[in-house]
Each structure stands twice: as structure tokens, then as C-alpha cells.
Design a binder for this molecule. Structure first.
Ligand code: GRF
Length: 211
């Protein structure tokens, strides 16, 4: 059985979706960087192994990354899933977990890396927005794309309404990407290409209906 470590910072809705999805069985541990993260309380209630590596007690980034990496390694994960994990991870960390580190980002990357993606999309007047699951590379919110989902931006949208529409799609594409990984169908090549069943994943794009 494969082992997954999920990293969270807050609410943990993507984590919950992964825990509840109909996926091949896996062992799981949840690690947070904020002791008060709602998602950590939920994971504890479910009886899952949890740990906190508090970034405030590791003010030097490299120290935080090293402590986090050591905790992750203690679970011997096949896959590390960033699910609303709001810390930037350094190059050494990312290299240590290369090819087994996935992130979900609430935009159609490479558009809108970083924070406040929905507000920026609204301010720009884009008509299509969405979310992306990608393998993590040392650059922020950058890295080989596994799957994306697009949603329409509607006339009366607010940041919250757009975020909610995108989140619904996040909850579809993250379990899909993790399923591919658990089924040994998803790989990252040494030269940074994503392969699904040994092929380029150019077809692995989900576009939500315009309604
Ligand atoms: C999601 O929108 C995710 O894409 C972003 O942070 C949010 C986390 O939500 N990185 P949750 O904690 O999974 O509910």
C-alpha cells in the first residue's frame, strides 16, 4: 500500500476531499505548519497520524524545511501532497522530494501564480479562470502541469463566488491526479515532462461546463 503525506496550513477542504475520495487504499499522515489549522483538528478526529512543524519556531527557512522534511521522511511517503500549504519551500526541500511532490493552485497556471488569484482574475476581467495540479519545482507555483480545470467568470462574481466555483473543481482534479499517482500511471520524467500512462498528458485537461 502506498503512503501519502498531506501538508496543510488551514481549512483543509482539499485534504478532506482526498480522504473521502474513492481512491486505491493508501496510508496517510497529515502535517501542518500552524497548530491551530482547522484541517489538523479534523484529521485528529478521524484518528489519522498528525504532526505540526510550526514555522514560527523555525524562523530560518532552511531549518523549517529540514524539520519538515525529516518529519515527512519518517512516514516514508511515496507522494507528498500540498493541499493549501501556505509556506514557500526551498530548493533543497523540493529537490529532495522531486517527482513525488504535488501542489494545487487556484488559477490556470502559468497565469496568476502567488496569492489573491481570484481577485486578480476579476480585476483583469478574464472570462475563464480555474485551477491547476502540478508537480512542484523550485520556482513558486510553477512546475509541470498534471491537470487543470477551467470555470467561467460570471458577470456578478465576487472574489468569494469565484473562489467557491474554482474550489468545486479543485475537489475534482486533485483526487484525480492522486488516483493516477496511486495507480502508478503518473510520472515526472528527469527532463520535467509529465507522463500519464507513459504518454504526454496533453489530453488531461478538464473543462467544467459553462453553467
Ligand atoms: C485552495 O484554494 C488551494 O488551491 C490553495 O489554498 C486553498 C486551500 O483550501 N492553495 P483548503 O485548505 O484545501 O480548503
Amino acid at each position: 500500500m502506498k503512503s501519502i503525506v498531506i501538508l496543510i496550513s488551514g481549512r483543509g477542504s482539499n485534504m478532506r476531499t482526498l480522504l473521502d475520495a474513492d481512491l486505491p487504499a493508501f496510508r496517510v499522515a497529515v502535517i501542518g505548519n500552524r497548530p491551530s489549522a482547522e484541517g489538523l483538528a479534523y484529521a485528529r478526529e478521524r484518528g489519522l497520524p498528525t504532526a505540526v512543524i510550526d514555522h514560527r519556531t523555525h524562523p530560518v527557512r532552511e531549518d523549517f524545511d529540514a524539520a519538515l522534511a525529516d518529519e515527512i521522511e519518517s512516514h516514508q511517503p511515496d507522494l507528498v501532497v500540498l493541499a493549501g500549504f501556505m509556506r514557500i519551500l526551498g530548493e533543497a526541500f523540493v529537490r529532495r522530494f522531486a517527482g513525488r511532490l504535488l501542489n494545487i493552485h487556484p488559477s490556470l497556471l502559468p497565469a496568476y501564480p502567488g496569492m489573491h488569484t481570484h481577485a486578480r482574475a476579476l480585476a483583469d476581467g478574464v472570462k475563464i479562470h480555474g485551477c491547476t495540479v502540478h508537480f512542484v519545482t523550485p520556482s513558486l507555483d510553477c512546475g509541470p502541469i498534471v491537470i487543470q480545470a477551467a470555470v467561467p467568470v460570471l458577470g456578478g462574481d465576487t472574489e468569494d463566488s469565484l473562489a467557491a466555483r474554482v474550489l468545486t473543481q479543485e475537489h475534482l482534479i486533485y483526487p484525480q491526479a492522486v488516483r493516477w499517482f496511486l495507480e502508478d500511471r503518473l510520472t515526472l520524467t528527469a527532463d520535467g515532462r509529465v507522463l500519464l500512462d507513459g504518454e504526454s498528458t496533453s489530453t488531461a485537461v478538464l473543462v467544467a461546463p459553462l453553467a
